[in-house]
Design a protein around this ligand. Structure first.
Ligand code: CP
Ligand code: NVA
Length: 298
């Protein structure tokens, strides 16, 4: 059984297929008469709404579940929750803290499991990101993206997805917030061209897209004061966009902490594509589910 826990669960061919299905004007009704359970340990605006609507557009019925309510590993084990949900649903989506939670769900192999964000990765976001980049630039081979800030879940998935599609990936962030050796090995395994830069200005020079995410992710709130200090100098603002050049577009997975990782002026600038990017969350989710519940697990 196929699941989507991280982008490199997909081959390059499968990634292209998902992106093609995301733009299919007649989505296959692969969920007709069926449900999808969407379990959230963390808050969400985009992921919940885009997934719910994607399920509806594929003929299915989404059921939103707050993890507290089902008590994963408190009321019953993650495995027992998974077995129960699989009695009623054709697929399970989960937004969790630990990556091991989605792995435990997938290991049951009862229905396809979709990672809707964990501390390590955010593959659904990356699918929307590359869809947005494709809509902007067409074939992504030889294009480039500079990610400035925290080498986090969003960045790992973006680097894999954009890198697999032939983009050069540049990163700049403070020491302590960069990719681990294991992360860099994983990118290398996927054939991704990756470079790390001490200065944000160097990383962005001449790139096609500049990307950032919050400095404090969900669950890291206790570190936020320290992180604000550590990330000083890594804000994407008008000056940094000038260093990138007039060709560069701006992307952000949202929610944005305006005035921290990005200035108001950049989010709202003509270079910003954050709203088409947010809208693409639904199209990308629909493409992924159409593939996962259709040809992938046929
Ligand atoms: N980008 C993203 O995943 O947004 P939400 O946290 O609102 O779902
Ligand atoms: N890195 C952020 C992404 C939110 C969509 C977080 O994990 O909170």
């Amino acid at each position: 059984m196929k699941h989507l826990l991280e982008i490199d669960d997909l081959t390059l061919e499968e990634l292209h297929r998902v992106l093609a299905l995301a733009q299919d004007p007649n989505p296959p009704q692969v969920l007709a008469g069926q449900g999808m359970a969407l379990v959230f340990e963390k808050p969400s605006t985009r992921t919940r709404n885009s997934m719910e609507m994607a399920v509806v557009q594929l003929g299915g019925h989404p059921v939103y579940i707050q993890a507290d309510e089902v008590g994963m590993d408190t009321r019953e084990t993650v495995e027992d929750v998974t077995r129960t949900l699989a009695c009623f649903h054709a697929a399970i989506g989960a937004r969790v803290f630990a990556h091991s939670t989605v792995e435990r769900m997938a290991n049951e192999n009862l229905v396809p499991v979709v990672n809707m964000l964990c501390d390590e990765s955010h593959p659904l976001q990356a699918l929307a990101d590359v869809l947005t980049l494709q809509q902007e630039f067409g074939d992504l081979t030889g294009r480039s993206v500079a990610y400035i800030g925290d080498g986090n879940n969003v960045f790992r998935s973006l680097a894999l997805a954009a890198g697999m599609l032939g983009m050069e990936i540049r990163f700049s962030g403070p020491p302590g917030y960069r990719l681990s050796e294991a992360d860099r090995d994983r990118l290398a395994m996927a054939g991704v061209a990756f470079s790390e830069h001490d200065h944000a200005e160097q990383a962005v020079e001449g790139v096609d897209a500049v990307y950032t995410d919050v400095w404090t992710s969900m669950g890291q709130e206790a570190e936020s004061v320290q992180r604000l200090k550590d990330f000083e100098g890594f804000q994407i603002n008008e000056k940094l966009m000038v260093a990138a050049g007039p060709q560069a577009i701006f992307l952000h997975c949202l929610p944005a902490h305006r005035g921290e990782e990005v200035s108001d002026g950049v989010v709202d600038s003509a270079a910003s594509r954050v709203w088409p990017q947010a809208a693409n969350r639904m199209h990308a989710a629909r493409g992924l589910l159409a593939w996962l519940l259709g040809e992938a697990n046929a």
